[in-house]
Design a protein around this ligand. Structure first.
Ligand code: NAD
Length: 476
């Protein structure tokens, strides 16, 4: 497998390359471009040339290109799911049920959305009429992470392109393959050269060169909070628009009046789905003290029974984490939890499943006995590791839930209607699920507060970001 850049309608290699590593077995299975400033300059120049025509293309035609791309995703769904599992370590069943269908849906959703997106007008009784033009921004950068590679890549590029922008996109260097595959179909889908460019390489090299480029009008970024802060430092003084979707330390609050079995089943999923590498995963499980022991024992027992396996085996439910470095980071956090006095109830070690002995696997890990202020309960781990903390009152639950610098998502488990509304409103986060998790309607605003980000994606929020409003006032 040799992944290539896609610039100005053409697939292009670079002189220098990086290895593609499969986390399931630790082997190198191909190469990818190691792009830098030269490729950024080339892609941005091509996008800038293409912009006037693309911006003037009717929305319905832009939508047709996105729909044709969605058709190609659908026609190649099984190859994409296999590629995602090989590149990322996630179970192929998850990639085929979640990542790839959602990538197709993102493209179709924004193809349809742009045809329903209307601007406002404001009449000044008899005096004047105002209307708002929503203009595309120009050339925009879309930078995405490795945890949901094609899913989050399309979540950004689809609204950007639908709104009439030209895009230079950079997927994560750890998982570039599905974005590369998508790029090979861009011309067939009907996008003119230069409209949609995909560059591969390291964040510190090509990513940084992209956000620093003066002709980039906006940066849409999903990734870690430290990277987001660095990008903001570059982008803010240049007054470019930016949307930052960052890390989290999400609470799952289980009240004693919850449906116990449902809360338990879903908490297992919200803790360990995609090996805990979803920004929306709950990583701090807060349980009302009267059911704490029962819930803890049941959660640890279920986690201990989870079998890690070959990501490419369709029966595997729990795969590898994304890289050796990330595995060592997660194991380091578990070691830190031990040093901080945490008791590891299950997991806590690397796994070597049969046939995948050299893969990067971390056992589902449940930890208790740590207070809210320790690093384990404050820092994002982004792996299959959760902590448990008991609480006595609703007030205490809310205090614990809000006691981190992050504010992305939260889950509340209760059958008390008043409490559900009260607690949801009291949580400092962009998203709250009550008695469910990861149920997503693409029309809703998506994003975080505090150190979890800036701005919202989803629905028309994405079009607001990828367009500039201009007020036109006409005297009558
Ligand atoms: P990361 O910040 O290391 O990298 C994200 C992307 O940014 C990659 O494409 C990377 O190459 C690029 N990048 C890195 N340094 C850069 C720089 N200096 N300039 C420009 N681009 C740069 O994050 P990651 O490790 O790939 O992803 C995991 C993180 O993403 C976690 O913190 C997770 O919570 C977060 N995340 C957030 C959301 C959300 O919606 N809020 C969704 C998924 C993941």
């Amino acid at each position: 497998m040799q992944a290539l850049n896609f610039i100005d309608g053409k697939l292009q290699p670079t002189a220098s390359t990086l290895d593609l590593v499969s986390p399931g077995n630790g082997s190198v299975y191909g190469s990818m471009p190691r792009s830098g400033k030269a490729e950024v300059d080339q892609a941005v120049a091509a996008a800038k040339r293409a912009f006037p025509d693309w911006a003037a293309t009717p929305a319905a035609e832009r939508a047709r290109c996105l729909d044709r791309l969605a058709d190609l995703v659908s026609a190649n769904a099984s190859e994409l799911a296999t590629a995602e599992a090989r590149d990322n370590g996630k179970p192929v069943s998850l990639a085929s049920h979640v990542d790839i269908p959602r990538a197709e849906k993102n493209l179709r959703f924004y193809a349809s959305g742009i045809q329903h997106y209307a601007s406002q007008s404001h009449a000044m009784e008899g005096e004047a009429i105002n209307y708002t033009l929503r203009k595309p921004l120009g050339v925009v950068a879309c930078i995405s992470p490795w945890n949901l590679p094609l899913y989050l890549f399309t979540w950004k590029v689809a609204p950007a392109l639908a709104a009439g922008n030209c895009v230079v996109a950079k997927p994560s260097e750890l998982t570039p393959v599905t974005a590369y595959m998508l790029s090979t179909w861009v011309a067939e889908a009907g996008f003119p050269p230069g409209v949609f460019n995909v560059l591969h390489g390291l964040g510190a090299e090509v990513g940084e060169a992209l956000v620093l480029h003066d002709d980039i009008a906006a940066v849409s970024f999903t990734g870690g909070t430290a990277t987001g802060a660095r990008i903001a430092g570059h982008v803010a003084p240049k007054f470019k628009k930016m949307s930052l979707e960052l890390g989290g330390k999400n609470p799952a609050i289980v009240f004693a009046d919850a449906d116990f079995e449902e809360a338990l089943r879903t908490t297992v999923r919200s803790s360990f789905a995609n090996q805990g590498q979803i920004c929306l995963c709950g990583s701090r499980v807060l349980v009302e003290r009267t059911i704490y022991d029962k819930f803890r024992d049941a959660l640890a027992a279920k986690a201990a029974r989870m079998q890690a396996g070959d990501p490419l085996d369709p029966s595997t439910k729990f795969g590898a984490v994304v890289s050796e470095d990330h595995m060592n980071k997660v194991l380091g956090h578990i070691e830190l939890a031990r040093e901080e006095g945490g008791q590891i109830l299950c997991g806590g070690t690397r796994l070597h499943p049969e046939g995948c002995e050299n893969g990067f696997f971390v056992a589902p890990t449940v930890i208790e006995g740590l207070g809210p202020a320790c690093r384990t309960n404050q820092e994002e781990i982004f792996g299959p590791v959760v902590t448990l903390q008991p609480f006595d009152t609703e007030e205490e639950a809310l205090q614990l839930a809000n006691d981190t610098k992050y504010g992305l998502a939260a889950t509340v488990w209760t059958t008390n209607l008043q409490r559900a509304h009260r607690v949801a409103a009291g949580i400092e986060s962009g998203i709250v699920w009550v008695n469910t998790w990861l149920l997503r309607d693409l029309r809703t605003p998506f994003g975080g507060v505090k150190a979890s980000g800036l701005g919202r994606e989803g629905g028309f929020e994405a079009f607001e970001f990828f367009t500039e409003p201009q007020n036109v006032c006409i005297k009558l």
